[in-house]
Design a protein around this ligand. Structure first.
Ligand SMILES: C[S@@+](CC[C@H](N)C(=O)[O-])C[C@H]1O[C@@H](n2cnc3c(N)ncnc32)[C@H](O)[C@@H]1O
Ligand code: SF4
Length: 385
């Protein structure tokens, strides 16, 4: 994987879920009925709009995220993929991922997604313990999750699944057993997220009131350490803070974000970064109904389309790149910011972090060290001020 080839990615947001998980602050909504025909037409129109703004790109990846894209009618998925191919065109061997919730997985649907062109699924397994699945508000059991993973393995060339750790009551020994089980059923990719308490969620209220207690800092640090050791030993080291892959199994789509490549965001609340002369940030209206009304009225639901000043895009690129094992490509950073690393960051701050072993610099890259990863937000704050 070369940092000099970030690709052109298309993110498509499906904002609906069967129920709202108490930890989740994604743009996801529960609705009794969804008019699939209207939604299909809306997504296709917004693709037309963004493709007209960005001619000449070949799409290297598509990611259907949510919400729960496995609630999307497979005909909609097929129509979206077809339209992306017609308007932009695909590069060789594009990666086309669909996020799926084990609750909404069945063989017929998976086969239909595969026929539509999806070649990778990412399953929200979250836990391999029924009591914890219940506490996380999940609608599926461990058995259903295992069946969904087996079906993914049988249907698609590639699959990944998500687990959330550092959950209330989780000990190091419990996570060790659970992660060993997860690794045994993994394909080429695993996402392992530490539970974060997001403002506005039910977990946030419970945490504030003391009804939800997280593992203490030392235990969390041990859980993180154990995760690195076990995934490394299994040949699936972290290539990004929360993402692990066998060599070549990295999510090309996410690498486009982390390399600060170009991506279009389609659907409610989707974000994009387009290179239209200047790097341009785009964001679509979040509320599903408002987005759809706008698309029907004017062809797109864009809320924001702002050029990002070079200094800011350079900071964004540093923040993204330090999350990855490959680090920030300094030649691309110079091309985007119009200056070398020292122009983007304060010399003294950089020198301090290099001295403290938090960052490593070569002629080509700037990387965060393994020591820095558990405290990366703080390191980035100290670097960028
Ligand atoms: C959009 S969801 C995945 C797809 C699908 N909606 C599902 O839940 O199965 C993306 C992933 O983010 C992770 N996630 C969401 N909120 C989180 C939180 N507060 N802390 C840690 N991980 C979180 C979960 O692992 C989840 O699978
Ligand atoms: S975690 Fe997934 S299923 Fe749960 S509310 Fe968020 S997007 Fe929906």
């Amino acid at each position: 994987m070369r940092a000099s080839k970030p690709g052109f990615a298309v993110y498509v947001h499906w904002p609906f879920c069967l129920s709202k998980c108490p930890y989740c602050d994604f743009n996801s909504h529960v609705r009794e009925a969804v008019d699939q025909d209207r939604w299909r037409a809306g997504l296709l129109r917004e693709i037309d709009h963004y493709a007209a703004l960005t001619p000449g790109r070949a799409v290297t990846s598509v990611f259907f995220g949510g919400g729960t894209p496995s609630l999307m009618a497979p005909e909609t998925t097929a129509a979206v993929i077809e339209r992306i191919g017609e308007r932009w065109g695909f590069a060789d061997n594009p990666e086309i991922t669909l996020e799926a919730n084990p609750t909404s997985v069945e063989a017929g649907r998976f086969t239909a997604y595969e026929k539509a062109g999806v070649n990778r699924v990412s399953l929200g397994v979250q836990a391999l313990n029924d009591a914890d699945l219940k506490a996380l508000g999940r609608g599926h059991s461990v058995t259903q999750a295992l069946d969904a993973v087996a079906l993914a393995r049988d249907t698609f060339p590639r699959y990944s699944f998500d687990l959330i750790y550092a959950r209330p009551g989780q000990t190091v020994a419990l996570w060790e057993a659970e992660l060993a089980r997860g690794l045994a059923m993994a394909g080429d990719h695993l996402s392992l997220y530490q539970l974060t308490i997001e403002e506005g969620t039910a977990f946030h209220a419970a945490f504030r009131d003391g009804r939800l207690v997280l593992p203490d800092e030392d235990t969390s640090a041990e859980l993180y350490e154990l995760t690195q050791v076990m995934t490394g030993a299994a040949g699936m080291p972290a290539y990004e803070i929360s993402n692990h892959a066998a060599p070549g199994g990295e999510s090309r789509h996410n690498m486009t974000y982390w390399r600060y490549g170009e991506y279009a965001g389609i659907g409610p609340g989707a974000h994009g970064r387009l290179h239209l002369g200047a790097v341009t940030a785009t964001a679509q209206r979040r509320k599903p109904e408002t987005w759809l009304d706008l698309v029907e009225a004017q062809g797109h639901g864009t809320e924001l389309m702002n050029p990002v000043p070079p200094a800011e895009s350079a900071e964004e690129m540093v923040m993204m790149g330090l999350r990855t094992a490959e680090g920030v490509d300094l030649a691309r950073l110079a091309a985007i910011s119009g200056g070398a690393l020292e122009v983007v960051v304060d010399r003294e701050r950089l020198a301090d972090l290099l001295d403290q072993g938090m960052l490593i610099r070569t002629s080509e890259t700037l990387k965060a060290t393994p020591q820095a990863w558990p405290v990366l937000n703080e390191v980035i704050r100290r670097l960028l001020g």
